[in-house]
Ligand binder design. Structure first.
Ligand SMILES: NC(=O)c1ccc[n+]([C@@H]2O[C@H](COP(=O)([O-])OP(=O)(O)OC[C@H]3O[C@@H](n4cnc5c(N)ncnc54)[C@H](OP(=O)(O)O)[C@@H]3O)[C@@H](O)[C@H]2O)c1
Length: 316
């Protein structure tokens, strides 16, 4: 007869093997399925035939790339961003690349959380178009990481980041759902960040507001799971844009390459880092929980020290 101790050890061994096999299969699925195996879904079909896509923060980086790529797939585009001259430039660029689509622009500063202004400047214009895809991309980060009480720009910066990263996604999703629900179709893509995966020291409000976006998107996916509306939250690591100041490389793709991959995954996964190299980082090269804080602290403090030195040098 096998002794109970041996049975317990065997059970623990099999449980561990089952757990690690599940983790491995899950990682492989996340890395390969949406970006290399699954056939991209027809976004026009998911949009239920609606002809327009709305992208916030669409004059640069990831948002601009979503706008260009969605126009390439035949959607008319509403660009919503802060600076009218940049909106005009991006509109011309899209029309040159895809002359068959229509492009409209709305200039709005998303640090403004006033609902009457949203209604007057955005909602009224959007009520006149059938929106099949909404990309809630606009977002803001710190100039450099630092402790909460020392953030560059102080309370104003903390408030602006909180507003930009949470209010537009809330208001625009609520408004656009009013037309997607009766149509029983549509795609809503929300840009969060891998910063939402951890309670990131020195990125307080950025990390916390991105967690808000992730959490909200998952809740909406559940609330609308009996409808044809598709929600996706995208949690990138580094993408080479003005915000990140990163150079384009395998692990920090340029926004165009990033968005092409991210759009491939729509309708297949409700949460993604957005591209294969970021999924590799999240699933294979992820640090064990205990190490994350210390490794990230070192990196973040180095970024902060370099930024402070630059600031000092400018003053002299
Ligand atoms: N880049 C990354 O590594 C990374 C990683 C994770 C998550 N993300 C998220 O991805 C999204 C896009 O980031 P990105 O790197 O592409 O940013 P980006 O290159 O800095 O572009 C930001 C865009 O947002 C617009 N914008 C900024 N402040 C605004 C305001 N107050 N009102 C209206 N529009 C405003 C900018 O318009 P103007 O031209 O007028 O400034 C620009 O079009 C953000 O939500 C960000 O948190 C980025």
């Amino acid at each position: 007869m096998t002794c109970p101790c041996t049975l317990a050890v065997l059970a623990a061994g099999w449980s561990a093997l089952a757990y690690f096999s599940y983790k491995l299969l899950n990682a492989l699925y996340n890395i390969l399925y949406p970006f290399a195996i699954a056939a991209p879904k027809d976004l026009k079909k998911l949009a239920g035939g609606a002809k327009w896509a709305v992208v916030t923060g669409s004059t640069d980086g990831i948002g601009k790339s979503y706008a260009v790529e969605l126009a390439r797939r035949g959607f008319n585009i509403v660009l919503i961003s802060r600076t009218q001259s940049k909106l005009d430039e991006v509109k011309q660029e899209i029309l040159q690349k895809t002359p068959n689509v229509e492009v409209r622009t709305i200039s709005f500063d998303f640090t403004n959380a006033n609902l009457a202004d949203y209604e007057e400047k955005i909602v009224k214009q959007l009520n006149g178009v059938d929106v099949g895809v909404l990309v809630n991309n606009v977002g803001m980060s710190f100039e450099y990481p630092d402790r909460f009480d020392k953030i560059s720009g102080g309370t104003k910066s903390l408030t602006d980041i909180t507003v930009i990263n949470t209010v537009p996604v809330t208001v625009l999703t609520a408004e656009i759902l009013k037309q997607m629900v009766p149509r029983n179709a549509g795609v809503i893509i929300n840009l969060a960040s891998a910063a939402s995966y951890h309670q990131m020291r020195y990125w307080s409000i950025y990390s916390a507001t991105k967690k808000f976006v992730t959490h909200l998107t998952h809740i909406l996916s559940k609330e609308f799971d009996k409808t044809g509306i598709v929600f996706q939250v995208v949690c990138p690591m580094l993408v080479a844009t003005k915000m990140s100041k990163a150079k384009a490389a395998f692990f920090s793709p340029g926004p165009e390459a990033f968005v092409k991959q991210a759009l491939r995954s729509v309708g297949h996964v409700s949460e993604t880092t957005g591209c294969l190299s970021h999924e590799l980082q999240a699933n294979v090269f992820a640090l064990p929980g205990l190490l994350i804080d210390s490794v990230m602290d070192k990196g973040n403090l180095a970024i902060r020290n370099r930024a402070l030195k630059k600031k000092e040098a400018k003053k002299e």
